[in-house]
Structure formats: structure tokens, C-alpha cells
Design a protein around this ligand. Structure first.
Ligand code: FE2
Length: 356
């Protein structure tokens, strides 16, 4: 059988004639082609997805400069000065103060209960000195991305819920980075926050295909990951797309790969000491979405946490509780509401219902 071949960059080759021969002569394989069986660690479900029912999409074409929304100038300037480590609070403050909207956001951010400073901070340079240039760079970056990603209005897709999920993943990734021994986990935080930023962009560019994918995921009761469906029908995932977008926006390469690798938890679980950031981000990708009523990957998440945590690490319930609390503190800064069901409540409900 001639397998469909699509490269990692989304170029799709199919030997249509051989495929037609094959369809005519091999009934058993037709069933294979039309029924995509997805196996997870704790369950198995089916969805019918055939690659030939989807358009051929080249990621590099649909995500090229000119097609993507433009990064705000202030964010570009901050990213540029962040490449020179000798730049400090004064250089960052100069750029931020040239943008009144960002100045207000930065001051709100630093004065929030998330940091818990006793006295009010009204000076941008002082604010940057207190929380660090890296934190401010990442804050500027993700507020810029939040403001420019379009709402694709694509079937059941909900942009607000995506950002809510992303913030939860980000806070967990930062906490997890610290559990794994990172002194400072701002990069995993920002990467986890932007890990799914390509989904709305792809849904906007290929709405018919993504309506089908979102529908198939919903019909599987969230047991099938969106990335598995993308891989099956396109040969690429939104993680690879996010890497391309990050490079098109000229974000640092290390940051682009951190986002791009967010689906590779198995790989990074072998390197908790050397790759704690990548592991923290990829573990955050296993958290449930607020829109799903179940947490299909809870057992998998639990398995990896137990596998990689240092001996002295807290129980996962504690990490999830801290993530929930931080979400409540951070959500107002990003103008988000708190999800109805917390992570720790979801985890505890599953834990209680699972026979020992
Ligand atoms: Fe993702």
C-alpha cells in the first residue's frame, strides 16, 4: 500500500492513482482508512476521519508573513532589546512608556495580588526592577499575542475558553518548573500560555476542516486529542504550526521550540533534570480544557507526574490547588473569569471515583 506522505512542514504528497487502485482492490484497508482508531492510555474511542476528505494544506503557505496578524511595534521593540542582556529596566521602561496602553497594563500587572507587593508601584522602571526584565518581556509578549489573535468564529470553538485553558496551563507549567528545580520558570509560563495560539489562526484559515476536527473531538467525548486528528488528516499539528508562527514573528528560537515541542511529554519525561522547562510545558498540555466535562488524560497526567517528580516534591493535589489559587489571582489581569470547576476538584473527583 502506498501510504499518504506529508512532510513535517505540511507539504502533502499522495499517489492518487495508486490510492484509487488500492480502494478498488482492498476492502479491509478501506475500513482502516475510514475508521481512525485512537488509542489512549486509559480508553479507546473511534472517529471517522479520512484524509482525502480534507484539503491539502501547506503550513508555510497559510502562515506566511502578510497572512498573519502583525506583532505590535512595542512588543517587537521589547523582543529586540531582550536579545542584549546588558539592557536593563531603564531601556525596557523607555519602550513601555511610549505605549500608554501597555504602561497601564504593566502597572496593573505588577500591582496585582499575584505579586503581593505591599506598596503601590506607580513607576514603570521601578516595576521592572522589582519583577525582572524577563517577566516584563514575557508579559508584553503574551498581552500582544492575546490582543492580535483573531476570533475565527469556527463552529464550537471558543477563543475565551482557549485563553482560559492556556492561562491555567501556563500557571501550572511555572509551578511544575519550580517543582522540577527551576529557579525561574518565566519561559515555560509564556510558552505554555502560547502553546495553542496557532489553533485559532488555523481555524480561521481552514474553517471547514477545523469545524470537522472540533466536531470529531467533541463526538469522542474529548478522548481524542485535537493533535491526533490533525496528524491523521493533515500530517502536521497545531504545535508545529505554532513553531512556524513564532519564527514568523521573529520570537527567540529557544522560545519557538519550547512551544513547538509541547506535545512531546513522553520524550521529555526521560529528561526531567536537563529539560525541566520542556517537560513542564508538555505536562501542562495534558491538563483538561474548561469546555470538556471530563478529563480523559488524567491518568496519563498522573502517571507522568509520578514518574518525573523529585522525591521531595509535593503531591499533585497540592500543585493543582496552587495553580487554581494563582489562576484566581492572575485572571483579572488578563480580564478572564475563573472556570466553574477547578483543577483540584476535577482531579479529586476522578481520584475518588477510581477503584484503588
Ligand atoms: Fe496543544
Amino acid at each position: 500500500m502506498e501510504q499518504d506522505k506529508r512532510s513535517r512542514t505540511g507539504v502533502y504528497y499522495v499517489a492518487r492513482e495508486r490510492y484509487a487502485d488500492f480502494i478498488l482492490t482492498n476492502t479491509a484497508a478501506i475500513v482502516f482508512h475510514f475508521t481512525f482508531r485512537v488509542k489512549t492510555d486509559n480508553d479507546e474511542s473511534k472517529t471517522t476521519m479520512c484524509p482525502k476528505d480534507f484539503p491539502e494544506i501547506c503550513l508555510n503557505d497559510i502562515l506566511k508573513v502578510g497572512q498573519l496578524p502583525a506583532m505590535p511595534q512595542t512588543a517587537v521593540a521589547i523582543l529586540n532589546i531582550s536579545r542584549d542582556p546588558t539592557n536593563g529596566p531603564a531601556e525596557y521602561a523607555q519602550i513601555i512608556e511610549s505605549d500608554p496602553g501597555l504602561t497601564v497594563q504593566v502597572l496593573k500587572f505588577v500591582n496585582s495580588s499575584y505579586f503581593g507587593f505591599r506598596n503601590e508601584i506607580s513607576n514603570v522602571k521601578q516595576a521592572i526592577s522589582l519583577v525582572g526584565t524577563r517577566t516584563i518581556k514575557n508579559f508584553s509578549l503574551y498581552t500582544a499575542v492575546f490582543s492580535m489573535i483573531p476570533n475565527p468564529q469556527c463552529g464550537p470553538f471558543d477563543l475565551k475558553k482557549l485563553w482560559q485553558d492556556s492561562l491555567r496551563r501556563a500557571l501550572f507549567a511555572r509551578r511544575m518548573g519550580k517543582v522540577l528545580g527551576m529557579k525561574e520558570a518565566e519561559e515555560p509560563f509564556a510558552a505554555a500560555l502560547l502553546q495553542d495560539m496557532a489553533v485559532p489562526l488555523l481555524a480561521k484559515e481552514a474553517p471547514d476542516a477545523y469545524v470537522k476536527l472540533f466536531g470529531a473531538r467533541a463526538n469522542s467525548d474529548a478522548k481524542v486529542r485535537l493533535s491526533r486528528l490533525e496528524e491523521h488528516v493533515f500530517g502536521w499539528t497545531h504545535a508545529e504550526a505554532a513553531g512556524i508562527v513564532a519564527r514568523q514573528w521573529d520570537l527567540p528560537e529557544a522560545f519557538a521550540t519550547l512551544i513547538e515541542d509541547h506535545l512531546q511529554v513522553e520524550r521529555w519525561s526521560h529528561h526531567p533534570d536537563s529539560e525541566p522547562g520542556r517537560l513542564a510545558v508538555s505536562l501542562s498540555a495534558l491538563l483538561p480544557t474548561t469546555g470538556d466535562s471530563n478529563w480523559a488524560e488524567c491518568q496519563l497526567f498522573d502517571k507522568y507526574y509520578r514518574k518525573v517528580k523529585p522525591t521531595s516534591a509535593p503531591a499533585i493535589q497540592e500543585v493543582l490547588q496552587e495553580t487554581d489559587q494563582e489562576f484566581a489571582d492572575f485572571a483579572p489581569i488578563m480580564k478572564m473569569s475563573v472556570p466553574k470547576v477547578s483543577l483540584s476538584d476535577r482531579y479529586n473527583a476522578i481520584e475518588t471515583a477510581t477503584p484503588a
